[in-house]
Design a protein around this ligand. Structure first.
Ligand code: G1P
Length: 296
């Protein structure tokens, strides 16, 4: 069973400026929760019990968000604001631990993941969730990360979440080549290779890596030997490409929807989707939508 997840949150979020100047981009709000909370909830729903944040000195607000805030809780209790108090106390369940390690220099995603090596160790499989991407499992019996966990248990092979993107977008992603046909959504298929941000016209397919990975502890030794690749950075994709040759890796085709919160329109779309079905604000938000849809 995979119980640990690595969330690389050290990035400075230049694509989200000016919003991310003084707060971490992961703390920008989608309706009433910061984006990082949705990602942690997704991991917890799939059975993760230890979240390893790979973070940076400027991003302490993320750790604070998952920590107990004694003063605030005492104040809410004294004022009888029980509902709000419960909500704060349940940001993460009691049996889930948040651990943080630092990435001292921005040397790439592969380097960020390798910073978690002392916590994860080389003998245990683990998950990686990139917090820029919101994966929405609304309406599914289990979320896609849980589906990947099941595929990992059944096959014993690493799982990389993928979905089709328009051809003109392939240069922004890790792109996967499969050994055979593309699996149906919710299923996995063996990968032949993966390439980080291929140049226009050179992508082997339109299947993009979406930012959810289940990897073996042996990836750390491969990352240690991985040379800087696309953008001069140590790429997780390059270590996974080596892993494919060593022990096989599968691509898991996701069922849910994704929202790329690494840029403003992605945030806005996520806000629309999550606000429309929010138990407290959904109705009011739909009224607002109607009102503004007809106004110039
Ligand atoms: C990272 C990964 C890339 C993946 C993408 C998903 O790139 O390196 O393989 O497709 O996340 O969002 P980034 O968006 O951090 O440049």
């Amino acid at each position: 069973m995979i119980r640990k997840a690595v969330l690389p949150v050290a990035g400075l979020g230049t694509r989200c400026l000016p919003a991310s100047k003084a707060i971490p981009k992961e703390m920008i709000t989608i309706v009433d929760k910061p984006v990082i909370q949705y990602v942690v909830e997704e991991a917890v729903a799939a059975g993760i019990k230890e979240i390893v944040l790979v973070t940076h000195s400027s991003k302490g607000a993320i750790e604070d968000h998952f920590d107990k805030h004694f003063e605030l809780e005492t104040t809410l209790e004294a004022k009888g604001k029980q509902e709000l108090l419960e909500e704060l106390r349940n940001i993460i369940p009691d049996d889930v631990k948040i651990i943080s390690v630092r990435q001292p220099e921005a040397l790439g995603l592969g380097h960020a993941v390798s910073c978690a090596r002392p916590v994860i160790g080389d003998d245990e499989p683990f998950a990686v969730l990139l917090p820029d991407v919101l994966v929405d499992g609304h309406g599914l019996a289990q979320n896609d990360l849980a589906g990947m966990m099941k595929a990992y248990e059944d096959s014993g092979q690493s799982q990389i979440m993928v979905e089709n993107v328009p051809e003109e977008m392939t240069h922004k992603y890790g792109i996967v080549a499969l050994k055979g046909d593309t699996p149906e959504a919710g299923h996995s298929a063996p990968m032949a290779s993966v390439v980080e941000k291929p140049a226009a016209g050179e992508a082997p397919s339109t299947l993009a890596v979406i930012g959810r990975y289940l990897l073996p502890g042996s990836i750390f030794a491969l990352l240690e030997k991985t040379q800087p690749g696309a953008g001069g950075e140590i790429q997780l994709t390059d270590a996974i490409d080596t892993l494919i040759a060593r022990e096989g890796v599968q691509a898991f085709r996701m069922q849910g929807e994704t929202y790329d919160c690494g840029h403003q329109l992605g945030y806005l779309e996520a806000i629309l989707v999550f606000a429309k079905r929010h138990p407290k604000f959904g109705e009011g938000f739909q009224n607002l939508m109607q009102r503004y849809a007809v106004e110039e």
